[in-house]
Design a protein around this ligand. Structure first.
Ligand code: ADP
Ligand code: MG
Length: 328
């Protein structure tokens, strides 16, 4: 298939966003923001680095490439609207595979009424998929990781460690004979569903810090701590996980939950006063949200994220490594 017919085959015949003025077909796309803030993000997946065809079908790859970007929009409190796709195509990928990638993206895009409004197509040595997204927020209502304050409640949506468990199962690193559990974890790894509905219900909240869980809660907690200049305290016993994870060694489970990453849930900090509104938003969106700790003032200059477990307080580093705290 030549480039022209390829583009023709993937373009949408109708668009769902009313603010779109010009979609695929000209030198660039046009949309009108209408007194909303435009939030944009981009993420690139490289074959062999971010995914492998041994553990993912083309449509999973497409889903994931868009999902990681939607997750960034959700973490900004933005309503998804548009996406653009730049693809580097190697000879080893045939038309059917490429259509599969777009099928995966489009299915997820439809769920969120997102329109594909452009991209770029080139050939190269390995498959590289770069997705750019655009979303809208009410002016001034974008949610930053710098918004946490001492006294806040820490919360997380969904469950932790699922995606890593799924990957380990697909790689054959761990055995599992519970078919239901296998399908659950594999789905969480291959086709993550960022909690957009929940993020959209936070509009009435005065202040909330949000960060999406792409690298694991240990890493994202450190990012909030740094950006907000506060200390985060995570209470291990409160961290939510799928009951299926109980069948694995506690040590493994802890590692997946803290630093497994790619769960694409949201980590947030909000005042005690607004916590009930967070619970209400989750309920309305059909998402679970769990209080997992608290925020305190930062008194020293280095990283300040702690894990409280079995009565002991440990420092939690970005990589998920814990060690007993020194003379603090
Ligand atoms: P130009 O030469 O102006 O860059 P292209 O031939 O690259 O134009 O693209 C033509 C149209 O098709 C543009 O609207 C572009 O955004 C869109 N497009 C090209 N490649 C892709 C792709 N892989 N996915 C989605 N849209 C694409
Ligand atoms: Mg081009």
């Amino acid at each position: 298939m030549d480039e022209f017919s390829f583009i023709d085959s993937i373009r949408q015949s109708t668009y769902s966003q009313p603010s779109l003025i010009k979609g695929i077909g000209d030198d660039a796309a046009v949309f009108r923001a209408d007194n909303r803030d435009v939030v944009t993000a981009v993420d690139t997946l490289v074959e062999g680095v971010h995914f492998s065809r041994e553990t993912m079908e083309p449509h999973h790859i497409g889903h994931r490439a868009l999902a990681v970007n939607i997750s960034d929009l959700a973490a900004m409190g933005a309503a998804p609207a548009f996406y653009m796709v730049s693809i580097v195509i190697p000879e080893s990928w045939n038309d059917e595979d490429l259509q599969g990638i777009y099928r995966g993206m489009k299915k997820l895009a439809r769920k969120h009424k997102m329109d594909l409004i452009g991209g770029d197509t080139v050939s190269g040595k390995e498959l590289v998929l770069t997705v750019t997204v655009f979303g809208y927020t009410v002016p001034g209502k974008s949610r930053y990781r710098s918004a946490a304050k001492a006294g806040d409640v820490l919360f997380v949506t969904g469950t932790l460690g699922d995606a890593q468990a799924g990957l380990e199962m697909l790689l054959g690193n761990i055995s599992n004979d519970n078919e239901e559990a296998f399908h659950y974890f594999v789905r969480r790894h291959r086709t993550p569903e960022p909690p957009v509905g929940f993020a959209m219900k936070l509009e009435g909240i005065v202040r909330v810090a949000l960060n999406d869980l792409s690298d694991g809660i240990a890493s994202e907690a450190n990012e909030i701590s740094e950006a907000s200049d506060v200390c985060l305290h995570l209470e291990y016993e409160k961290l939510p996980y799928a009951s299926f994870l109980d069948t694995f060694q506690e040590e493994k489970r802890e590692q997946w939950m803290l630093s497994g990453g790619e769960d694409f849930e949201l980590l947030g900090a909000v005042s005690e006063k607004e916590w009930p509104a967070i619970e209400k938003a989750a309920k309305e969106a059909g998402t679970t949200v769990t209080k997992i700790g608290y925020v305190t003032e930062k008194k020293q200059s280095d990283a300040c994220v702690f894990l409280h477990k079995n009565g002991a307080k440990k420092v939690l580093t970005k990589s998920g490594y814990t060690h007993l705290q020194g003379n603090r």
